[in-house]
Design a protein around this ligand. Structure first.
Ligand code: ADP
Ligand code: MG
Length: 239
């Protein structure tokens, strides 16, 4: 089967600094791929390249078999969730969820149906009329996920969506995200620096360091057979 996302020889420079180095990556249809690595290794940059928020210096990006390298973010068929919720503070949750769809010119009934469906899945129906300031951290992050969900995208890109939450909430939402993925079966690229999050969520983990992928494997393989000392130390493998 054709991969859902295919990245070929991707490099990205910020000025004279090469932040992503000749990356190759294939993500399968419906796969939950986690990009794992310490701060500054290039995880967010890679995600933003896939989303089209950054122009790449070299290489090509394919989504659903289509070369999207030069397409605008809105054309790429992706839903994205950021670390800091990035909700519009002046709008209600319903307003936040429907904003992108209104801009895309979808009919009102279709927008309402999609907002309803996302709100049901995420159990935020009672919150639709509230503004972000009146929500807890977990509720805000659910709303942010809802905004990605209503796009009906085949591909979700999540950038450390739980890192601003306390440990208990993080654990709860981790389970919810896993369930959401089992239900929707969309392709997911999920960025984190948290090993436990990666181990529990991922079908496969890509360990990044210095703008490269060191190892790409199932959690079990990475844990039991790390391919270098750095990966072994990072993941805490038995030595
Ligand atoms: P991560 O998400 O893994 O923490 P980033 O992708 O944010 O890492 O950053 C990778 C590297 O690129 C870091 O060295 C960071 O300082 C640098 N970087 C990120 N964004 C910019 C930018 N807009 N301009 C210049 N350098 C940047
Ligand atoms: Mg980041």
């Amino acid at each position: 089967m054709e991969p859902s996302i295919s990245i070929r020889n991707l490099s990205l420079d910020f000025g004279s600094l090469r932040v992503l180095k000749d990356l190759d990556l294939n993500v399968g249809q419906g796969e939950f791929l986690v990009l794992l690595g310490s701060s500054g290794c290039g995880k967010s940059t890679l995600l933003n390249c896939i989303a089209g928020l950054l122009e790449i210096s070299e290489g090509q990006i394919f989504i659903g078999g289509r070369n999207v390298t030069w397409e605008e973010p809105s054309q790429r068929g992706i839903g994205m969730v950021f670390q800091s919720y990035a909700l519009y503070p002046q709008m209600t949750v319903a307003g936040n969820l429907s904003f992108g769809l209104k801009n895309a010119g979808l009919p009102k009934a279709e927008i309402a149906a999609r907002v309803d469906r996302a709100a049901k899945i995420l159990q935020i129906e009672p919150l639709l009329d509230r503004k972000p300031a009146a929500l807890s951290g977990g509720q805000r992050q659910r709303a942010a996920i809802g905004r990605a969900l209503v796009r009906d995208a085949d591909v979700f890109l999540f950038d450390e969506p739980l890192s601003n939450l306390d440990a208990k909430l993080r654990a709860d939402l981790r389970v919810e995200i896993k369930q959401l993925h089992s239900k929707l079966k969309n392709t997911m690229i999920y960025v984190t620096h948290d090993q436990i999050e990666a181990m529990t969520l991922a079908d496969r983990i890509a360990i990044m360091r210095g703008g490269s992928i060191l190892q790409l494997d199932t959690p079990e393989e990475i844990y039991l057979r790390p391919n270098c000392r750095y990966v072994a130390n990072f993941i805490g493998s038995p030595s």
